[in-house]
Structure formats: C-alpha cells, structure tokens
Design a protein around this ligand. Structure first.
Ligand SMILES: NC(=O)c1ccc[n+]([C@@H]2O[C@H](COP(=O)([O-])OP(=O)(O)OC[C@H]3O[C@@H](n4cnc5c(N)ncnc54)[C@H](O)[C@@H]3O)[C@@H](O)[C@H]2O)c1
Length: 332
C-alpha cells in the first residue's frame, strides 16, 4: 500500500486513476478546485468519492505545505492543469501560472518532504512541430502553441529538479486520451467527446479540416494501467528497465493511428446516427468561440490553425525493456 496524492482528481483521467488506486488498496488523498470538471466523475458503481475529495486549488501553498508535511506521500500524480488548448491560448499568463509555476511549487514541496516518485502529466502536443514519426521521447522540437509550451516548460524544470536533487521523476506524454468521463460539456470538448455530444443531440458534427488527418489515441483504462505500474510497482519497473529510472519521459500511446473521419463513422454506426451528415468548415473558424484570438493588431496565425487541425500524430511506445542503458537509443 502506498500513500498517494492525486491533483486534478475530479478530471477525466485522474478520476479513473483515483478509482483504480483506491480499488488496489492504496491510501489516496485527492484534490481538485472543480474549475474544469463535474463532480459526477467521482461517482462509481460501488464508491462515491464526492464527500472525500479536497476542494482545494493547487495554488493554495500554505494548505499544500501542511498536506505534504502531514502525509508523507510516497507518490504524487500531478495531473491538474489547464488543458483546453484555446483556453491556454486565450489566457496565457493564467495557463503558465497553473501549468508551470504551480507545478514547480508542488515539486519543491515534494523535494522538501521526500516524495519517492513525482509523476507529471505532459502531452503529445509537445511534438506539434516534429516531422519524424513515430515521435520518440528524446526528440522534441519546441512547440508553438501556448498549451504545449506550458507542458514543455514544466518538463524542463522537472529535469532540472532531477539534475539538481536526483529526485525520482516520471513524465508521461499522453497521446489523445478517450473513454468514459471525457468532458463533453466544455466550450471546446476533446474531439471524440464533441462528436458523441453532437450526434447525441441529433446535430451534425462540424470538423474544421478534411477529416482525413490521422491521430494516435489511447484508451483511458490503458493509460491508467501504465500509470499504476509506473507509480506503484516501482521495484518491478526498475527491474525490467535497463536504464536509470530516476528520471524518465514516457510516451503513453497506442502507436496506431486513425482518421477523424473513421472515428466519426464508427461513432455514427454505434449510435445508429449514420443518417446525420458531417459538416466540414474552414480551419480558420476552429476557435471561433474564442473571438479575442481573432482581433487586435496581431490576430491568430491562420497557418498555425490549419497546421493544428490537420496535424498527424503517432507516438512510439516501445516497451520498457527495449530502452538502452542511457535511454537514448532503442532496439527495434
Ligand atoms: N485528455 C487528454 O487527451 C490529455 C492528453 C495529453 C495530456 N493530458 C494532461 O493530462 C492531465 C489530465 O487531463 P484530463 O483530460 O483529465 O484533464 P481535465 O481537464 O479533465 O482534468 C484536469 C483537472 O484539473 C483541475 N484543475 C485545474 N486547475 C486546478 C487548480 N488550480 N487546482 C486544482 N485543480 C485544478 C480541473 O478542475 C480538472 O478536474 C492534464 O494535465 C492534461 O494536460 C491530457
């Protein structure tokens, strides 16, 4: 049994992780400020976490200091963050504050109170400017959009904490995650959640591209399996891996791609909504709900929006034992 802290625990991925860690018999403390989630994520068939969750903002440093001091955490899963791309683009200072600055403050608490493993949720979006596929962890070209830059910047500081203090740190770069608890209701939901929502209400999904672009998707329970293994089976993992596992960056992906059009077709068939058309729109309108991005002396770059909607993603997910000692090369 491990003593675990999860941040962002009412969110899509963390709520699923929370349930799994609880079922495995761990002692889990979990918090969220409910800025981007619904508390029904905390209700499971045989367990309701709504009364146990700490309604706390990660920016409440005094509270967190006491929490870390009193709990002697083995593992911290830091998954809270500002995740919608246009929200980060629209309010960069806020996104940087939450996703970068407060990640570092949590890391500092982890250092101060001797957390045995700090696990951070980064994103495959850091590869947005990469042109070699499948994307490998060692090779990132600096991204352009604000959201991936916040994650990329946080990653650099996590590496700095490993270099300076030898802290055990894992960074997950999640591909597009899908599954139960996805937030269909936010202004710009993840693409699969959006398609399901539109079809559910008998509306045509609007896609700001040809729909032919292929992406790498990972099912949330598969992600949770890996997150639990990496966090809780620390001994087992370091026996399997040949590299120094104190600092690791792991792609979390299926290494398979599927087009948005194919996804729409599958969902329409499953929901018996094949009679509903799909509408294809200009990429420039992709973030039209965020009108401020389109005004001022320097409106958002049309090429960048086009690139974002047409983006191809495919992440390598070579198993652990195929890493070489320094983690820099892979055996095929
Ligand atoms: N879902 C994906 O496809 C995906 C892909 C790559 C990376 N990620 C990363 O994985 C993590 C989890 O993603 P998700 O899809 O579950 O996101 P989510 O938005 O559903 O969950 C994030 C949670 O963090 C909470 N939160 C935000 N700011 C907070 C604050 N200041 N204090 C406390 N809680 C706060 C939100 O209320 C929300 O419940 C995020 O860090 C995200 O960037 C997700």
């Amino acid at each position: 049994m491990s003593k675990i802290l999860i941040t962002g625990a009412a969110g899509f991925i963390s709520s699923k992780l929370l349930y799994r860690l609880y079922k495995d018999g761990n002692d889990v403390i979990f918090l969220d400020n409910f800025s981007y989630c619904h508390d029904d994520n905390l209700v499971f068939e045989d367990k309701d976490f709504r009364k146990e969750i700490l309604n706390v903002d990660i920016r409440n440093e005094r509270y967190l200091d006491t929490l870390f001091k009193e709990n002697n955490f083995d593992i911290v899963y830091h998954f809270a963050g500002i995740t919608p791309l246009p929200d980060c683009q629209n309010n960069p200072a806020f996104a940087i504050d939450v996703n970068v600055k407060w990640t570092i403050i949590l890391l500092e608490l982890a250092r101060k109170y001797g957390v045995k493993k700090f696990i951070f949720a980064s994103t495959s979006a850091v590869y947005e400017n990469n042109t070699d596929f499948p994307s490998v962890e060692e090779n990132v070209r600096q991204p352009s959009l604000i959201y991936p830059n916040t994650k990329y910047a946080a990653e650099l500081f996590l590496k700095s904490y490993f270099d300076c203090y030898n802290m055990p740190i894992t960074i997950f770069r999640f591909a597009n995650v899908y599954g139960p608890h996805m937030d269909c209701l936010r202004t710009k939901p993840p693409v699969i959640a959006y398609i399901i929502k539109e079809l559910y209400f008998d509306r045509s999904p609007v896609i700001h591209s040809s729909g032919n672009q292929e992406r790498d998707f990972i099912y949330v329970d598969d992600l949770v399996d890996l997150a639990v293994k990496v966090g809780c089976d620390i001994k087992k993992i370091s026996n399997v891996r040949k590299c120094d596992s104190q600092f690791e960056i792991l792609n979390v992906s299926s290494n398979k791609t599927i087009s948005i059009n194919k996804i729409i077709e599958i969902i329409k068939t499953k929901m018996k909504k094949s009679h509903i058309d799909t509408i294809y729109e200009d990429p420039l309108n992709y973030w039209k709900e965020y009108s401020e991005l389109y005004i001022g002396a320097f409106p958002i770059n049309k090429n960048l929006l086009e690139k974002e909607v047409q983006k191809y993603t495919c992440l390598s997910n070579v198993p652990f034992h195929q890493f070489t000692k320094d983690g820099a090369e892979r055996e095929k």
